[in-house]
Ligand binder design. Structure first.
Ligand code: TRP
Length: 332
């Protein structure tokens, strides 16, 4: 049976952190077994903020290396760089004719960016959801694994696809959000407030590139208190968060042991944080080392990305031919 097609874009700015790993990466790695996956580094999208040309290559290669180090297997998924598949930009142009100024201006992510960078409210920023729709529709994806923050963009992709269909005929299936159910894990930040994030509270976020000692320091600074004074007390949320983090990286019996200690008021948060820090170090280290090894092997990364682009272009070309023809760009 033909596998369902999945597309997802990986931002090329910033470093991956544990929130990305448990929220997205781990699911990507699972999906590669059962779906026909196209995962790409979204370098065109990053141009909206005019990054320094010197930084682009290192960002793209690092993100690719990090994703492979987390378990994405280039032999199972098609891993490529967005700008290596020019058919995406052609479809972007076509879809721009289906996208209306009013609806684009209403998108919350656009409004927020426009507020944050009032001097650079460019058309690329406005049409970000159109480019994202092109990324998805170019492979006729039916499932897109995205977080809550991207669901509206995905809805717009469905709208553009449907408008295209009613104007010209069916080329694009409707892409639906991939639902991980209860596997969608929010990884709490170490300062007890919110979740790990690459823009906020970086000192309370564990990055996959963090050195052992950096991880230890961040974990040891996490907020605790004197400990409970009554058996089976309610757990303050910052302690609950530490337990959530333990669930992710520690052995079950270790977690149980500390839970019992909490319930019997014998818990020592210093020891608990040391344990959490060591288990996190052991979790992150192999990923960090693999990333560095790959990043240092530019020839290998180039080979992987070039092969990925070739595979992606086969699928992209077929879709574009179909779209051109149905639009009437079919002259010779
Ligand atoms: N906009 C997504 C993000 O910010 C990245 C992205 C670009 C994407 N194109 C995509 C995700 C296509 C899914 C499908 O995370």
């Amino acid at each position: 049976m033909k596998k369902e097609i999945v597309v997802s874009g990986i931002r090329s700015t910033g470093y991956l952190h544990l929130g990305n790993y448990f929220g997205a990466m781990r699911n990507y790695v699972k999906m590669q077994e059962d779906y026909d996956c196209y995962f790409f580094v979204a370098d065109y999208h990053s141009l909206t903020t005019h990054p320094d040309p010197k930084d682009l290559k290192a960002n793209v290669f690092r993100v690719a290396a990090e994703n492979i180090a987390c378990g994405l297997d280039p032999n199972k998924v098609t891993l490529y760089v967005q700008s290596d598949v020019p058919e995406v930009t052609e479809l972007y142009l076509m879809l721009n004719m289906m996208a209306y100024k009013g609806e684009l201006e209403k998108v919350p992510t656009f409004k927020e960016k426009a507020r944050n960078q009032p001097d650079n409210v460019n058309a690329g920023l406005l049409t970000y959801p159109v480019l994202m729709a092109a990324d998805i529709l170019i492979h006729k994806a039916v499932k897109v694994p995205v977080g809550k923050d991207q669901e509206q963009h995905l809805e717009m992709a469905r709208n553009f696809a449907n408008r295209f269909t009613s104007r010209y005929g069916e080329v694009f299936p409707e892409p639906m959000p991939f639902n991980f159910g209860n596997q969608l894990i929010k990884v709490p930040s170490l300062d007890g407030a919110g979740k790990m994030s690459k823009s906020e509270n970086v000192n309370a976020t564990i990055f996959l590139a963090d050195e052992d000692d950096v991880i230890r320091k961040k974990v040891m600074k996490a907020k605790t208190d004197q400990g409970p004074t009554e058996h089976n007390s309610e757990m303050p949320d910052y302690i609950q968060n530490l337990f959530l983090l333990m669930d992710l990286v520690c052995a079950q019996e270790t977690v149980d042991q500390y839970k019992t200690a909490f319930n019997t008021c014998t818990i020592r948060y210093g020891d608990m944080k040391k344990q959490l820090a060591e288990d996190m170090v052991n979790f992150v280290r192999p990923i960090r080392e693999k990333t560095i090894e790959l990043h240092n092997n530019e020839a290998l990364l180039q080979k992987i990305l070039k092969e990925g682009a070739e595979k992606a272009r086969v699928s992209a070309r077929a879709t574009i031919e179909e779209a051109r023809k149905i639009i009437g760009i079919n002259y010779y």
